[in-house]
Structures are given as structure tokens and as C-alpha cells.
Design a protein around this ligand. Structure first.
Ligand code: 13P
Ligand code: SF4
Length: 309
């Protein structure tokens, strides 16, 4: 189907069905452009908590749809492709995590939003990369904390707060892949450029960064900066919004290791397409469902995060 026709059909269906389309910054540009809201993981959860739409189409990955469903058990939450998972969430299986939590009974459990509903159900408070530091610092200095599942974000928060949180050994396959060597080369070619990096990146890469933050924080920083060139070390979908907000600035994606491709894309995020957005609105499927017993446990740490944000 032609893009114009697809857009008309999506627009008709979203009105007829009172649906809201929420998209993460890592979605392909066409999806970002049709979304009612485009944002980071925290913003997606906040919009999902506030919406009065009957249907939420979550253009992102499974855990984002699950978070929206946990907050909205009465609403229909759709995701364009049910196979859009997350390697970081997968690096923390709920049964193994339960054993780990049980073996540290005096620890507070802080989990990144990139986790399954079952892991959230074992958690005291959920965080995203936007609010992780603030929420960790909300607890007293001597609080014993388990932080899961991202070891890079956990290490980064430990280093900026002086905490010694116990870290789960998980990671995101996209953010671990940025090439330090290629970044060093790019810095030589663009000596004026500032390096912007997501805290899911590895420590050697973060050491080269001028600014470290969530996708929304990187966007805000680049927009407020009087510099004109930026080397961006996070999934390259964010460049679309950076460029849109800053047409006079130049954004260069940092490439991954072992690839001739200049961009680092999340293969899960990129499963979603405009055609699939249309199909899921039309068929009201695939739908995210969460078992009620798990949902009731998982909603508490998410609401706690929203209160503390
Ligand atoms: P934020 O959007 O919260 O920065 O998270 C990045 C990410 O990896 C989402 O999957
Ligand atoms: Fe998960 Fe990484 Fe993809 Fe984000 S970029 S959805 S953390 S695999």
C-alpha cells in the first residue's frame, strides 16, 4: 500500500477507535511522525498512565507495552509486532532473579523499566535512565540495593552517586556494541563535536562522552547547547527528533563494532513498521495481556516510580 493511503487509513482508524499512538525515539522515522506522542521510556509510562483513549498502540518493544497494560488493565494495549522483545529484559529471567532476590532478603530491589512484568513483580521501585539517579539517591546512603538488570547503567549510577549497589549482570546488545575505536576516529575528524552517550553504553565509551543521559536528556542537551556538531552513541532512531528540533545542527551516529554500517539500530525496535501499525489498529491485535496476579504486584513499583519522578 502507498504511504499516503496507509497514513489516511491509520488516521481514520485512530479516530474511529479512540486510539492513542505512543512511540519511542528508537522507532523508524515514519512511525515517530504519525505518533500522538514520541518520547523516552519514562514519558511513555507517564502518557500511558494519563490517557483517556480506549486503545493504546505502543510503538516500542514488549516491556513498554506491558508497562502500559499494567497501568491500564481495562484498556486494550496493542503492539505492532509481538516479536519486538529486548535483549536487556531477556538478560534477567524472572525465575533466576527471584532466587537472587531471595538470597538477599535485606536488600531493596530497584529494577530498570527494561524488564518483564514478572521481574517488576519482584521489585520495590522501577526506574528509567531519566530518573535512576534521582530515585537511587532518594534512599539513604547505607541502604542495601540490588540494581537490575543493566550492569552498565548500574555501574554508571554507582560511579556518580558513590553507592555500591549490587548489580545484576545484564546488558543491551545495542549499547554494548558501540565501537570505541571508531568513536576515537570520529572525534579526530570532528574535533569540535560533543559526544553524547546513553548510560547503557560500556564504561570505556562513557569515558569519552561529554554528556551522558537518557534519550530525552540527550535530546534536551543537544537542543540547549550552542555547539553545532554531536557524535551520538545511542540507537540511531533518536537522530530523527534531534535533527527535527535542531535543523541547523549536525548529528553523527557512532557506529557499532564489526559492521560496515554507520548506524546502530535495535533490531527489536525496528520490527515495527507503518504497515504493522495499520494492521494492529485494524485487527486490534497483537494485544498485550498480563496475568492479574503479576499485574497487581508489578503496578506498585511502577506507581512508586511515577510518584518519585
Ligand atoms: P530511554 O528511552 O529511557 O533512554 O531508554 C533507552 C532504551 O534502551 C529503551 O529501550
Ligand atoms: Fe532493549 Fe537495547 Fe533494544 Fe532498548 S535498544 S529495546 S534496551 S535491546
Amino acid at each position: 500500500m502507498e504511504k499516503k493511503e496507509l497514513l489516511e487509513k491509520i488516521n481514520r482508524l485512530r479516530k474511529e477507535k479512540n486510539a492513542v499512538i505512543l512511540a519511542h525515539f528508537y522507532q523508524e522515522s515514519d512511525i515517530q511522525d504519525i505518533a500522538d506522542h514520541v518520547g523516552d521510556s519514562l514519558a511513555l509510562a507517564q502518557w500511558a498512565a494519563q490517557t483517556d483513549a480506549d486503545i493504546i498502540v505502543l510503538c516500542g518493544v514488549h516491556f513498554m507495552g506491558e508497562t502500559a497494560k499494567i497501568l491500564n488493565p481495562q484498556k486494550k494495549v496493542l503492539i505492532p509486532d509481538m516479536n519486538a522483545g529486548c535483549s536487556l529484559a531477556d538478560s534477567c529471567p524472572a525465575d533466576e532473579f527471584e532466587e537472587f532476590v531471595k538470597s538477599h532478603p535485606d536488600y531493596t530491589v530497584i529494577s530498570y523499566v527494561n524488564t518483564s512484568a514478572a521481574v517488576k513483580a519482584l521489585t520495590d521501585v522501577v526506574v528509567t535512565s531519566t530518573n535512576a539517579r534521582k530515585i537511587v539517591e532518594y534512599f539513604p546512603d547505607n541502604e542495601k540495593i540490588i540494581f537490575a538488570p543493566d550492569r552498565n547503567l548500574g555501574n554508571y549510577i554507582n560511579s556518580v552517586t558513590g553507592r555500591q549497589m549490587l548489580l545484576w549482570n545484564g546488558a543491551c546488545h545495542v549499547h554494548e556494541q558501540f565501537s570505541v575505536e571508531k568513536l576515537v576516529e570520529l572525534k579526530k575528524e570532528h574535533p569540535e563535536a560533543l559526544v553524547l552517550a546513553h548510560p547503557e553504553c560500556t564504561k570505556p565509551l562513557l569515558m569519552l562522552a561529554d554528556y551522558i543521559g537518557s534519550t530525552q536528556a540527550l535530546l534536551n542537551f543537544a537542543t540547549a547547547s550552542d555547539k553545532k556538531e554531536f557524535l551520538v552513541a545511542t540507537e540511531s532512531g533518536i537522530l530523527h527528533e534531534m535533527q527535527k528540533k535542531n535543523p541547523d545542527k549536525h548529528f553523527i551516529p557512532v557506529p557499532p563494532n564489526d559492521s560496515t554500517c554507520a548506524c546502530n539500530e535495535c533490531n527489536f525496535m525496528r520490527l515495527n513498521t507503518l504497515e504493522k501499525v495499520y494492521q494492529c489498529l485494524l485487527n486490534e491485535s497483537p494485544e498485550i495481556l498480563v496475568e492479574e496476579e503479576i499485574r497487581q504486584k508489578a503496578v506498585k513499583p511502577i506507581l512508586r516510580m511515577l510518584e518519585l519522578s
